[in-house]
Design a protein around this ligand. Structure first.
Ligand code: SF4
Length: 263
């Protein structure tokens, strides 16, 4: 039998989510259309809360996110995409951890009503919505990079007792070690992490998992679940196949390139 000319598609939830391409493309499903619209209406605080709601690193992302939302933006098919990331930075500078009102995000958790999350699509954050999700079970998160801290943030909001074990002496992972300071101020990373620890998350530095301290030991300490977020510490080889000659010379750049970089 030949292929039918037209295919029937039964829309499911994924279909409808895909109708909002910027939100579907965002790794944390930020309601970008909503916060851009709120900025246009002059509601900057609401806009910040919308951007912050699913994302404990809204201020970091306002500066360094690769912005896949902009790649997917429908407006880009007409002329140019909306500058979603820059607009996020605009509102974080007004209400984020780096602003004069760094506790604005606490509004997401305060309130007398429990409408789930006050911003639709996102994790319920109010105390009442969390009451029956978890009852203080202990969860270990391995790695204090963006994934680990974000998981700790969400789990803490759900009522779990979370401890993050970090191998190095610094929380932040690749935000800290992989992004230069002139692109992302260390104070912003630290302040966003501090907001997560204020939820009761404990971060233990210099605590690598090894033969002496592994899953068995964590279970013995009462951790019921373990979230592994050990990161991407290995670099990619951009020159597949043929290695650049300077890599064979002990990873040292040739003198002429070193001179150029030091200028
Ligand atoms: S800038 Fe990044 S975090 Fe913000 S909406 Fe776009 S993809 Fe999501």
């Amino acid at each position: 039998m030949s292929e039918p000319k037209y295919k029937t598609l039964v829309p499911d939830i994924e279909f409808w989510k895909g109708m909002i391409p910027c939100q579907a493309a965002c790794p944390v499903k930020t309601d970008a259309g909503k916060y851009v619209q709120l900025i246009a209406e002059g509601q900057f605080k609401e806009s910040y809360l919308t951007a912050r709601s699913p994302n404990p690193f809204a201020s970091v992302c306002g500066r360094v996110c690769a912005a896949p939302c902009e790649d997917a933006c429908r407006r880009g098919k007409i002329d140019a995409p909306i500058t979603i990331r820059a607009l996020k930075r605009f509102v974080t500078e007004k209400y984020g951890v780096e602003s004069m009102e760094p506790d604005t995000q606490d509004d997401l958790r305060n309130g007398v009503t429990d409408e789930g999350n006050k911003r639709r699509w996102h994790l319920p954050v109010l105390q009442e919505s969390r009451a029956n999700v978890a009852r203080g079970q202990k969860v270990a998160v391995i790695g204090a990079g963006p994934a680990g801290i974000s998981a700790a943030h969400d789990l803490a909001l759900m009522g779990y007792r979370v401890t993050v074990f970090e191998a190095s002496n610094q929380a932040g992972g690749m935000m800290y070690h992989g992004i230069p300071e002139f692109r992302l101020a260390r104070a912003i990373i630290e302040k966003e992490i501090q907001k997560v620890t204020q939820l009761g998350v404990e971060i233990r530095l210099n605590c690598p998992l090894n033969e002496k301290f592994g899953a068995r030991e964590l279970k013995a300490e009462g951790y019921e679940s373990i979230f592994l977020s050990v990161g991407v510490q290995k670099g990619r080889h951009e020159h597949r196949g043929r290695r650049p000659r300077w890599r064979d010379q002990g990873n040292r750049l040739p003198a002429e390139h070193q001179q150029r970089l030091s200028r």
